[in-house]
Design a protein around this ligand. Structure first.
Ligand SMILES: *Cc1c(COP(=O)(O)O)cnc(C)c1O
Length: 388
């Protein structure tokens, strides 16, 4: 019988029953750069930690099992993972990428990958027929769903069919939902990306990134590339991410429940002009989410009346932090305009609906009563300041 998700977060079936590592329940941190060999032509299975390290391997096996992949690769950051992923492609190759992506991914594609001869079509994948954008040199479709920060939802299985038909890769950045709520490989994607910094680590205390695949040929390429380019995650960070993963399920449930309450509360505020949360029935992607995911996540975006309200709210939050990043136990409020999406050209930002009125919230696991109390106070203060 296949094991449940929460069990897989804690236990690796293949490592059970042998009491290795002196029976340590917490997987040891193998803080070593190199490994001694018993004799010529012999190996413990480990040679040098850039190639592989036992602590990293343990974490990678857990992440692979959570995404139902055959293998996973752990990197120093999400961006290091995506940067190495681009090494699958060669000058002249073309990729279709969603228009509303994490700002750092857009910056990588437009300022680094294009310099290396890759070309990109930036397309609103949830709203168009992606097949129309496929060229003879197209090698991959790259999406996030829901997108950051506008929460657009793309049908993964439908896009996987297009990718299969044209023999190109479907790559899904699954950071926003985590494997607890969505498994793109099961829906036909070839590669899944995670910023492990976010929900997987979950504590706003370390950076990490992952690539997961269910294809043997891609796994071999990744193994070669990580050993060659050298951005594998260090043992102590592997330990922290793995410890975070142990509570992924209960964190996601609590954060999602809080997000739903906050979304409903925001809908009732006079200074809020729009609440974008896929858990709301009014969200255009709600039905697709119900089909392809097991939840709606803990990320929401809302629009306020004007810039003055956005500034006042950001300036007045105290327990809720005005900070970049997401997916941790603490609730964060982000201003995409000057933070995550500052480097995205203004016309693209506006086309996607990101303006000076847009706020993004990563809802944490605090007592929702306290979150709502703080929001109530902050909104009242903002209103008093602006309306006088
Ligand atoms: C944060 C983030 C990244 C980049 O990850 P880092 O760990 O910050 O390098 C990539 N994609 C998404 C959706 C993210 O939120």
């Amino acid at each position: 019988m296949a094991r449940g998700f929460e069990t897989k977060c804690l236990h690796l079936e293949e490592e059970e029953g042998d009491c290795s590592h002196f029976g340590a329940l917490s997987y040891p941190i193998y803080q070593t750069a190199t490994y001694a060999h018993p004799g010529v032509g012999q190996s413990t299975g480990f040679d040098y930690s850039r190639l592989q390290n036992p602590t990293r391997e343990h974490l990678e096996k857990i992440v692979a099992s959570l995404e139902n992949g055959i293998d996973a690769f752990a990197f120093t950051t999400g961006m290091a993972a995506i940067t190495m992923l681009m090494e699958l492609f060669a000058p002249g190759d073309h990729l279709i990428v969603d228009e509303d992506l994490y700002g750092g991914s857009i910056r990588l594609f437009s300022h680094v990958s294009s310099k290396n001869g890759l070309t990109f079509s930036s397309v609103p994948c949830h709203a168009v027929n992606v097949e129309d954008y496929i060229q003879p040199n197209t090698k991959a479709i790259y999406i996030e769903t829901p997108t950051n920060p506008m929460m657009n939802v793309t049908d993964i299985a439908a896009l996987a069919q297009v990718a299969k038909k044209h023999d190109i890769l479907l790559i899904v950045d699954n950071t926003f939902l985590s494997p607890y709520f969505q498994n793109p490989l099961d829906l036909g994607a070839d590669i899944v990306i995670h910023s492990g910094t976010k929900f997987l680590g979950g504590h706003n205390d370390t950076l990490a990134g992952f690539l997961v695949t269910n294809r043997e040929d891609i796994r071999e390429r990744f193994r070669f590339l990580i050993k060659t380019t050298g951005a594998g995650l260090a043992p102590f960070d592997c330990f922290l991410i793995q410890r975070g993963i142990k509570t992924l399920g209960i964190r996601m449930e609590r954060a999602q429940a809080n997000a739903m309450e906050i979304a409903h509360w925001l809908q009732k505020q006079s200074c809020v002009t729009e609440v974008i949360y896929p858990g709301l029935k009014s969200h255009p992607g709600h039905e697709i989410m119900k089909k392809q995911a097991r939840g709606f996540g803990a990320m929401l975006t809302f629009q306020v009346k004007n810039q003055a309200y956005a500034y006042a709210i950001l300036g007045k939050v105290r327990m809720i932090k005005y900070a970049e990043s997401l997916g941790g136990v603490e609730t964060l409020l982000t201003y995409p305009m000057t933070q995550t999406h500052a480097d995205v050209p203004d016309e693209i930002r506006r086309k996607n609906g990101i303006t000076e009125c847009t706020l993004r919230m990563s809802v944490g696991i605090e007592d929702v009563k306290d979150l709502l109390a703080e929001l109530k106070k902050v909104f009242a203060e903002a209103e008093q300041k602006i309306e006088g």
